[in-house]
Design a protein around this ligand. Structure first.
Ligand code: ADP
Length: 403
């Protein structure tokens, strides 16, 4: 009984196969560079990893290639496609149409189509993946799990921009937030670690990866988050600027004659840690170089952590206090240096960490708070795929995994 998790992007399809009985995954991979020269499939299965170059012009061909690879004796992932009992799709933008994950029907696809203007790069690829998978696996239930739905509980004071109402009412311009599947998983794990009900907890969750966002989760519900209508708002990220005066965008267009496409590229692809450091977007490299005295990397680290700190304070204030601060994703799980910088001089927010526990913690669940501290500081590895599998089994009315 296998559940296939698909993440269909504009030029790649990432996949992972889960055994629904024990929630383990032994097969995952990617079909990359779809529609570009040099497309390839890479699959890691029970018998190791294989990589094959082949011409893959469309998402339909990519999925056909993927299913053939799953059946290939060399990978021994599946003996028959009938073993796939359901498919869970990672979906980016559900707008206001979706407040939770959804079993995919024609109506759901139509509603997702209406959300395309909100995520013009991502939603069309998600939709193509869903339509093609329905064609190739007819009768197998499919579920869409959105990055946005978790934040649909935000109140208007958190999600409305202070611009005339018609832009919200007619064009749906508002804050939505992203990384919801990750926040949902991490919040549930945090409550389990603390042996408390989520309903009784106020959590600030810092999801620090290449994409970064923070959420204020009060009683298990997101009441505010740092990303906005698009994933560009909020924290400094690998290559995205995060918050920036909208006047800067006007300046770039008016004074420097930059086009919409150029500004889009600048803010999404050339900014953030990459733009500030000039040394790439890998936090490992940036912290090493900062420690070796590189001033641009030191500044990048400083701006990054300062912005997160501001948002930790804002999130705690939004909830009238906090009981737990949680770090997750690549940087949050692995960078003791960043976590240490973030907790320094935050005793005003009742945050004190145990330096030894912090230094030793890499990619495992652990409470790193100082013994006497009021606020529990937790490191929790994220697992969006597991959340997608759980939603998929539930919505497809299949027996959830034991334990
Ligand atoms: P995404 O947002 O794409 O899911 P990830 O959660 O995979 O990103 O995180 C990627 C980021 O995590 C990169 O900036 C990378 O440098 C950082 N990272 C991974 N391991 C470490 C580490 N040991 N120390 C510091 N940063 C790390």
């Amino acid at each position: 009984m296998q559940v296939l998790v698909l993440n269909c992007g504009s030029s790649s399809i990432k996949f992972e196969l889960y055994d629904a009985h024990d929630m383990t995954s032994r097969t995952h991979g990617i079909v990359a560079k779809i529609g570009e020269g040099g497309a390839y499939l890479e699959i890691t299965g029970p018998r190791g990893r294989t990589r094959r170059e082949r011409v893959v012009a469309t998402h339909a061909e990519a999925l056909e290639t993927l299913f053939a690879a799953l059946l290939d004796p060399e990978t021994s992932a599946l003996s028959s496609l009938d073993e796939i009992v359901a498919v869970g799709h990672r979906a980016v933008h559900g707008g206001e149409s979706f407040v939770e994950s959804a079993l995919i029907t024609d109506e759901v696809l139509t509603k997702m189509q209406e959300c395309v203007p909100l995520a013009p790069l991502h939603n069309p690829a998600n939709l193509t993946g869903m339509r093609e998978t329905r064609r190739l696996l007819p009768g197998v239930p499919q579920v869409a799990v959105f990055d946005t739905t978790f934040h649909q509980t935000m109140p208007p004071r958190a999600y409305r921009y202070a611009i005339p109402a018609r832009y919200y009412e007619t064009h749906h311009v508002r804050r939505y937030g992203f990384h919801g599947t990750s926040f949902r998983y991490v919040a549930a794990r945090a409550a389990a670690m603390l042996a408390q009900d989520q309903a009784d907890l106020r959590m600030v969750v810092c999801r620090l990866g290449n994409g970064c966002s923070i959420a204020a989760i009060d009683g298990g519900r997101s009441i505010d988050t740092s990303m906005g209508m698009t994933p560009l708002e909020g924290l400094v990220m690998g290559t995205r600027s995060g918050d920036i005066d909208a006047g800067v965008v006007l300046f770039l267009q008016r004074e420097l004659g930059m086009s919409v496409t150029e500004v889009d590229h600048l803010l999404n692809e050339e900014s953030g840690l990459l733009g500030l450091s000039g040394a790439g977007n890998d936090m490992r490299v940036i912290t090493q170089r900062a420690e070796a005295g590189d001033p641009a990397c030191a500044l990048a680290l400083d701006v990054f952590t300062y912005r997160v700190k501001e948002y930790i304070g804002a999130s705690a204030a939004a909830m009238g206090g906090h009981d737990a601060l949680v770090f997750t994703a690549g940087i949050g799980e692995h960078s003791a240096r960043v976590r240490q910088m973030l907790s320094t001089r935050l005793s005003v927010l009742r945050i004190e960490i145990d330096e030894d526990a912090n230094r030793e913690t890499h990619g495992v669940e652990r409470d790193i708070s100082d013994l006497g501290a009021d606020v529990r500081v937790l490191v929790i590895p994220t697992d969006e795929e597991r959340m997608i599998v759980e939603d998929t089994l539930r919505l497809a009315s299949l027996v959830p995994a034991a334990g």
